[in-house]
Design a protein. Structure first.
Length: 312
């Protein structure tokens, strides 16, 4: 295949081969991209046998190539896999896909057309068709401070739950963030991305971290015509208590990154959102999650107490 690539697709994975095979088959079956050269990179924190890769390659069309990259144990973690992909990929346009997504047959064609239509865009994202939210659920997200009325806005506490509005949109819209299960960037807009101490392992919020750094170089858009299904496989994910804890701490770090300093208003909103999540999980008797939120709240208050103010 020529080095003049149209698109690089990076799948960051860890021991979810059944999910990843479905994802790859959905890429192989893409329509409307016959003249496009596509490279697919598997960035692996787990173990994948060469025989499995060879079986998958047999189903790959001629305009695609697949490379496998096993990371060292000391380089483990989703954010580090994203960074690895930016160095290993050859195209300026880099699409990140979770290993448990399946693309609609025209996804890549629509993606490439979106970049042509918005040449200044540094990021383009699509919409998970399986993500639905009732009116009650949307109201709870608003009350808890997790969402906004505008689909492309982060909440005042830094949460991205306004995604619950994405399936209701008919036109392309500007956004402050992309969803990690499918986010495509101009690779040059990711040149400032580097590992950070608070984004380790599952790296909850790394998509918001990448989105913010990319947004410094230009606009990002969501195209509702970019459709996929995100199955949300539970395999190889962190434990519920750790996820809840990092949701508190990482959103604190993300707010500091985006705003420069955590104002009293932002701190109050983050604390309100977290208290709501704690109460919600405690009511549902999700002990691990509620324990994690409580630990996160205590840590957050401790950090702010040591700083002497909310202006850290």
């Amino acid at each position: 295949m020529s080095d003049s690539l149209t698109l690089s697709v990076a799948i960051c994975t860890r021991n979810r081969h059944e999910d990843m095979r479905k994802c790859l088959i959905s890429i192989f079956g893409q329509q409307g991209i016959a003249g496009s050269a596509i490279e697919i990179l598997i960035i692996d924190d787990g173990d994948t046998e060469e025989a499995w890769l060879e079986e998958v390659r047999k189903e790959m069309p001629s305009n695609m190539e697949l490379s496998y990259h096993k990371k060292k144990r000391e380089e483990a973690g989703l954010l580090r896999s994203r960074i690895y992909a930016t160095h290993a990929s050859r195209s300026e346009t880099l699409l990140f896909l979770d290993d448990d997504v399946e693309l609609e047959p025209d996804y890549l064609a629509v993606l490439l057309e979106t970049f042509k239509r918005y040449p200044d865009a540094v990021g383009v994202g699509g919409v998970d068709q399986s993500f639905s939210c009732s009116l009650k659920g949307r109201l709870l997200m608003l009350i808890s401070g997790r969402s906004r009325f505008a689909p492309g806005k982060l909440s005042y506490s830094g949460f991205a739950s306004s995604m619950n509005l994405w399936n209701r949109q008919k036109k392309i819209f500007r956004t402050e963030f992309l969803h990690g299960c499918n986010m495509c960037f101009r690779k040059s807009a990711l040149r400032d991305v580097e590992p950070v101490e608070w984004l380790n392992g599952y790296s909850l919020g790394e998509d918001l971290y990448l989105s913010y750094l990319a947004s410094l170089y230009g606009p990002m858009v969501i195209n509702p015509g970019l459709k996929l299904i995100h199955h949300g496989s539970p395999a190889s994910r962190d434990k519920e208590e750790l996820v809840a804890y990092t949701k508190v701490i990482n959103h604190y770090e993300l707010l500091k990154l985006r705003t420069g300093r955590l104002t009293p208003f932002r701190y109050a909103m983050l604390l309100w959102t977290t208290l709501f999540l704690y109460a919600e999980t405690a009511f549902k008797r999700r002990k691990e999650a509620s324990t994690g939120y409580l630990r996160g709240i205590r840590e957050l208050r401790s950090v702010l107490a040591r700083s002497g103010s909310t202006g850290v």
